[in-house]
Ligand binder design. Structure first.
Ligand SMILES: *Cc1c(COP(=O)(O)O)cnc(C)c1O
Length: 418
């Protein structure tokens, strides 16, 4: 059964009738599904094992959705975390993810965040510059530790994705070039209180074409061999895409296909050339959580300006940014199925022209008070939201496996904004 589809004209998400939820809770809100989230994690983890990968570690990219309850569910399933801030580290630990399953990415780690992570003995600092390594080494000496370091390699590849979510080329701020990785290994002073335990890549997000991924894994393998260090792990990053648009469904690589590609490239370019058997680390975000969430809104009113029909809804770009900042497509489904199509622009209340969830979309004629769902909003939804226009952050709800509804984050009150 499709996780979001009509039954007797009513829109159902993860076996839950959305109209009944929308009658009980004030819109707009995010609605997540424990069942879909768990299934996505297990599919990913099982596929890694089925591809024959050695002791895979899946580190959920927390920035895609750091909701405490969702992270707790993933922690129970055995997930690790890929974090990019001290806040995400705290959240991961609180939700029950053990420190030895946490990798810390990001170009701008502060001294305070590094010290906190050192004290917690995280699995790895995924280091993005030599200056960062110098600082970690210094702080590690201060705390009488040996920091576990993984270099994030810039593999110099160009994946086919939106330029704003591509990260693996020279002009991007992410990762370290091969030459700098190898040169730094010769400088003993950098390594007095640090040890290189891994090498990683992450070339972009919403990848639907695996060609660049294959090339990047080849580079990762070659440079891992050149280090002449017995690395504990190779981290292939995240980035696997989902089908937001129906046209993407056919193009989208299956998880099993992706795992086979990872396994094959590591075999050909790494394992076949050495006796070393580092484990493989993954950092998926979107693939795990995008389809585990929807955003439910109400229609405020219709506005017709000559040929333009605007459907004005109560959710805005501050709640869900992807259409505004990436021009991203997301499905829009009325909670009650109807015909009478009208071509409209679905817009929010924010005072920005880009506050538009869809342009020229054919939808049934809707009235004030009707409910509308923005699909596939579990990833980079709430986590990217803001208080722009002094709007409070929306409610987050979870449908548990037993069909119970749980409030997993209250809507923010005006008083909390000050
Ligand atoms: C954002 C990010 C990820 C997750 O990307 P997805 O496209 O959500 O899978 C993984 N690793 C790093 C370093 C990231 O910055």
């Amino acid at each position: 059964m499709n996780d979001l589809s009509y039954h007797k004209k009513k829109l159902v998400f993860s076996k839950t009738d959305i109209s009944s939820v929308a009658q009980k809770y004030k819109t707009p809100f995010f609605l997540y599904s424990e069942e879909i989230l768990s299934r996505n994690y297990s599919s990913f983890s099982d596929a890694a094992k089925n591809a024959g990968l050695n002791d895979p570690l899946i580190c959920f990219a927390m920035k895609s959705n750091p909701n405490r309850e969702l992270v707790k569910i993933l922690a129970k399933l055995g997930s690790g975390a890929d974090i990019v801030s001290g806040g995400e580290l705290k959240r991961a630990l609180e939700a029950g993810i053990p420190a030895d399953k946490i990798v810390f990415s990001g170009v701008g780690k502060t001294a305070e965040e590094i010290e906190f992570a050192l004290k917690k003995d995280i699995y790895s600092f995924n280091v993005e510059s030599i200056e960062e390594l110098e600082l970690i080494n210094k702080l590690s000496r201060k705390h009488k530790k040996t920091a576990r370091i993984c270099f994030r390699l810039n593999p110099v590849v160009k994946p086919k994705t939106h330029k704003f979510i591509s990260t693996g080329n020279k002009t991007h701020k992410f990762g370290i070039l091969e030459k700098d990785v190898l040169d730094s290994l010769k400088k003993k002073s950098l390594w007095t209180h640090s040890r290189l335990v891994g090498l990683s890549i992450h070339i972009g997000s919403q990848l639907l074409d695996l060609k660049a991924t294959g090339q990047a894994i080849k580079r990762l393998s070659e440079i891992a061999l050149m280090t002449n260090i017995s690395l504990e792990f190779l981290d292939v990053g995240g980035g696997l895409g989902v089908d937001y648009h129906p046209d993407e469904t056919k193009k989208m690589p299956q998880i099993s296909e992706y795992m086979k590609l990872v396994a094959k490239h590591l075999e050909v370019h790494f394992y076949s050339k050495t006796d070393l058997r580092p484990r493989v680390v993954f950092e998926p975000g979107r693939k795990i959580v995008a389809k585990a969430g929807i955003f439910v809104m109400s229609v405020l009113r219709n506005k017709v300006s000559e040929d333009n029909h605007f459907l004005i809804v109560d959710g805005g770009m501050n709640d869900f940014m992807r259409p505004a900042i990436y021009g991203a497509y997301h499905g829009l489904l009325p909670v009650r199925e109807a015909k009478n199509q009208v071509r409209c622009h679905v817009v929010g209340p924010i005072c920005e022209t880009t506050d538009c969830f869809a342009s020229d979309r054919d939808l049934p004629k809707l009235q004030a008070g009707d409910h509308l769902v923005l699909a596939d909003t579990g990833a980079y939804g709430y986590s990217m939201g803001s208080n722009y226009n002094l709007r409070g952050r929306p409610l987050e709800l979870l449908v548990k496996k037993n069909k119970e509804l749980k409030v997993v984050n209250r809507p923010q009150k005006y008083e909390e904004l000050l």
